[in-house]
Design a protein around this ligand. Sequence first.
Ligand SMILES: [Zn+2]
Length: 92
Amino acid sequence: MTDCKKRQTMAKQPEPDDWRRQGQETYLKGITLFHKSYHSQGKEWDHDHCEFCGEKFSETGDGLKDGYATADNYHWICNACFNDFKEEFGWK
Ligand SMILES: [Zn+2]
C-alpha cells in the first residue's frame, strides 16, 4: 500500500491496532455502502451486528434502527464505525 504514509498523518483515524479491526478490509474496502433503515434478511434472521463493533441491529426491540449496509443487506455497519473508518475504507 502506497498510502500508508498519508494515512498516518491524518487525524482521528482509528489506530492500526483498533480492537474493531478483524480483517474487514478484505471484503469491505472500496465497496459502496448505503445508509438505510435496518431490514432483516429473512424470517429466520431478525438481527445483524455491526461488522466492526458488534453493535446489534434489529427491526424490533432494542437495537440500531439504521446504519450503513451493502446493496444486498448482507453486511451492516453502524453510524459510528462508518464515520471512523469511511476514509480509510474509501466509502462514499
Ligand atoms: Zn459499529
